[in-house]
Design a protein around this ligand. Structure first.
Ligand code: HEM
Length: 392
């Protein structure tokens, strides 16, 4: 399932990059004096790629100037259209009275691509991806049933996570769930909330959501660092993980492949959380401090030096923001889909799993079946074994 999701994200990116082209009869443009036509504008609004060279390369030529007595003579060799085209392609020396990082860019039309991608592919793939994983888990639950402890619980428990580990996990989980809910409310506000509840309700929900989103993000970032420090040593991949995957993790079939504190599947969730969590945090910071933390031109430069793919390394401040916004959404949606599967396994999907993050004590038999080598290590260290009744 997750492979499908990664594929969907790549398609979303490609949709953005490989937009269908549109071509306009040059004769019609000649009739507007070389300016764009209504068809050009409509094509751009539909997300088609318009070859802009007819404007970009047409920024005025003094040789073609009207004589001083003719129309536009007072502007010398440059017409108003030429000036606007110059502004559009950042070829004009613009002076402004405020000095924000993007103040001198007066026109930038990449917003259309950004809007169409956000309201089109991103929303669609988010809907399919999240709906798809929930449906897949419901089907899986009815087909496979809850994974139970073979032979039933032993009545004895062993400590799996200490209080500070559970605190770190729940800070991460709580903040992530709030970020996911408020982010989805912002993404789907126009298409879902406005038609059902109206503009005023959407405005109130969006204002509240962005406030929660911007503030809770700090808890998520701090918790991400905390779980990295706490668990990285237990998540270094090794040969045992390959065997675990080869045996389908015991999820497909009913075997119990050996594992230490974390099995192969859990390591995958851990690294997905760390890598995508860091990426979503960095693009989020770039959005939180507009124009202050551009990172795509530099990242593209690094990718180019390794792959030679030729990604653009000179981006306008607005383009940086547009890319940060799309990337933030794509990574967040990928994480949401993977974490829904994680929440399923950690709660209804597997008997005895939730206790690990609930009171920190897991049934000894559960631990032996899913983390046999870890239990051996703990027993060798003399970890206390309790009777279930001791916790009541
Ligand atoms: C209601 C929501 C959640 C539940 C019920 C839940 C449950 C659990 C449980 C029971 C474990 C321990 C498994 C074990 O004993 O080995 C665990 C571990 C973990 N959780 Fe969660 N979790 C939730 C949300 C989240 C979220 C939102 C994130 C990340 C954004 C997350 C990240 C992790 C990580 C990285 C681990 C360690 C690796 C692993 O066991 O997969 N969890 N979770």
């Amino acid at each position: 399932m997750n492979l499908k999701v990664v594929g969907a994200c790549l398609i979303a990116l490609l949709t953005f990059a490989v937009t269908p082209a549109y071509s306009q009869d040059e004769g019609q443009r000649a009739s507007t004096g070389g300016a764009q036509t209504l068809e050009d504008i409509l094509a751009r609004q539909k997300g088609l790629k318009v070859d802009e060279s007819f404007r970009r390369d047409n920024l005025g030529n003094p040789e073609n100037a009207q004589p001083i007595s003719g129309n536009l003579g007072s502007l010398g060799g440059v017409s108003n259209s030429d000036i606007y085209r110059g502004i559009r392609y950042s070829e004009t020396d613009v002076k402004v009275s405020n000095n924000g990082p993007a103040a001198e860019i007066l026109v930038q039309d990449g917003g259309m691509d950004w809007l169409l991608t956000r309201e089109g592919s991103i929303r669609a793939y988010a809907g399919y991806g999240i709906g798809g994983i929930i449906l897949a888990l419901v089907i899986f639950y009815y087909a496979r049933g809850r994974m139970t402890i073979d032979g039933g619980p032993s009545g004895q428990t062993i400590e799996r996570f200490k209080a500070f580990e559970r605190f770190g996990h729940w800070c991460l989980a709580g903040s992530f769930i709030m970020l996911a809910c408020t982010g989805l409310l912002l993404l789907f506000g126009r298409s879902v909330i406005i038609p059902i509840f109206g503009h005023e309700a959407n405005s109130a929900i969006a204002t509240f959501s962005i406030w929660v989103h911007n503030n809770i993000a700090w808890v998520f970032m701090a918790a991400l660092v905390a779980i990295f420090v706490m668990w990285v040593a237990h998540n270094i991949p090794n040969k045992l993980d390959l065997v675990w995957f080869a045996k389908g993790g015991g999820i497909v079939g009913h075997g119990h492949p050996s594992a230490k504190k974390f099995n192969g599947g859990q390591k995958l969730i851990f690294w997905m959380t760390i890598v995508l969590g860091a990426s979503v945090s960095m693009s989020g910071l770039s959005l939180l401090f507009p124009f202050e933390l551009p990172m795509f031109a530099k990242t593209f430069g690094i990718i180019n030096s390794f792959t030679g793919v030729g990604l653009p390394t000179e981006l306008l401040p607005h383009e940086e923001m547009q890319l940060a916004h799309l990337w933030h959404a794509i990574v967040a949606i990928t994480m949401i889909i993977a974490i829904i599967a994680h929440i399923y396994i950690g709660s209804v999907g597997m008997e005895g799993a939730f206790d690990a993050m609930g009171n920190g004590q897991v049934d000894l038999e559960w631990a032996r079946q899913h983390h046999d080598l870890w239990v051996e290590e703990e027993e060798a260290k003399g970890a206390p074994i309790r009777q279930t009744g001791d916790l009541r």
